[in-house]
Structures are given as structure tokens and as C-alpha cells.
Design a protein around this ligand. Sequence first.
Ligand code: URA
Length: 240
Amino acid sequence: MRILEKKILTKLDTFGVKSVAEYFCELKNDKEIMELSRYFRKRGSIFIKHMNEKQSKLDILRKQIEQDKNLPLSTNLVFGEGDINCKVLFIGEAPGEKEDETGRPFVGRAGQLLTKSLEEIGWKREDVYITNIVKRRPPFNRDPLPEEIALYKPYLTKQIEIISPLLIATLGRFSMNYFLPEAKIMKDQGKLFRVKDYFIYPILHPAAALRGNAMMAIFKESIKRLPRAAEKAEKLKSGK
Ligand code: URA
């Protein structure tokens, strides 16, 4: 690898600007690399500073969760992953077996369905952020308990605040009721709600969609309407 390329990559990685670092990898000649590095020298410092702040705040938050001895569940931490500058943040309930093994959210069967359904509407998984209300796997994949949700709550609140997405897409009733305690999943999924500063769009849990054709159709339809919900949220936010 060329020295300049390596230097820039190391620097961008330090800042947590993963996708930009990957973009550099794809550049073929020194001229392109020089051009981009000049661009960053001139205009990129504010962007990098901003990215850096968000990423380091999330890094600190992850450390705090790791060190919090009062948190329930002793399985691996599944903090969340994706684009920290996303418009849409997906929140599920708690990691399952595959997620516990890999440390990544929604990578089992339900997660694969989510990823595929996003691709069907032209979205990439890497362009959204995915996390859970409870960040460790409950035994035998049981539902998260109210006290578990309560103890992880300050961390999710902080995570949402740092990422500050336009729209939160909740996956399943636990996540939906976290924001909308009175809502009913079959009645309210696929609708857009405003809760204080956030727009909430409840969706069925992909694991529920895997249980039958009717649920699958409802799940896919809500995902299909997600871009329109995000547009609507954007308009309402900007007061248009
Ligand atoms: N189900 C969830 O709610 N979250 C995951 O990360 C995986 C499955």
C-alpha cells in the first residue's frame, strides 16, 4: 500500500470515518488520493471533528456499559452498529444467540430478513444504525424483563441522543412500547408517531414475520412504506 494512502487510512480510522476510509481503499491512483487528501485538508476538518465527536461519545458509552456492574445479564455486549449519521435508527428488543456469538445486532434469521427487506427497498444495512433496548442476550431468548429494560434505559437514551436520528423504527412490541406505552402492535405498526423530539415508526419484529405469510406481508409492507415515513418526518421536522 502506498505510504500516503496508508497514512490517510490510519488517520481516518482513528476518527472512525469507516466509509470514507473504505472509499480511499477503492481509489486506484495517487492523483485521486492526492485530490481527496487536499479536499480533506481544506474542507474536511469540520466534518472529521463532528464525526470524531459522535464516535468518541459512543465509544465512551460502550465502555460505560462494559464497566457497569449493576447491569443485568452476563452474556456478551451487543452495543449496536451502522452509520452513526443515519437518518433511520432501528431498535429491536434484545440480542439472540447469533448476536451474542458475534457481538452484532440482528445477524440471525430475523436479522437476515431485516437486511434483505431493506435491500428490497434499495437501502443498505450499513446506511442505517441498528441496536436493541436490552444490550445482552436474555437466557433462552426469553422476553426482556421490565427491570432489565429499566436498567439499560439510560444507555439507550444516551445512544439515541448521540446518534440523533431523524426517525426511530421500532422492531416489535417491546421496542414500540418503550416509546409508546399505550400502543398496540397490530393496530399501530406502520404508522408515524411524534414523541417529544423523535419520530417513531413501529414495525413488526422480523421474527414475528417469519412465523407466517400474513405477518410477513404486513412486515414487508411497513418496510416498503419506510422511505415515505422518513420523508414525512423530515417535512414535519422542518415545519414544511
Ligand atoms: N432480535 C432482536 O430483537 N434483536 C436482535 O439483535 C436479534 C434478534
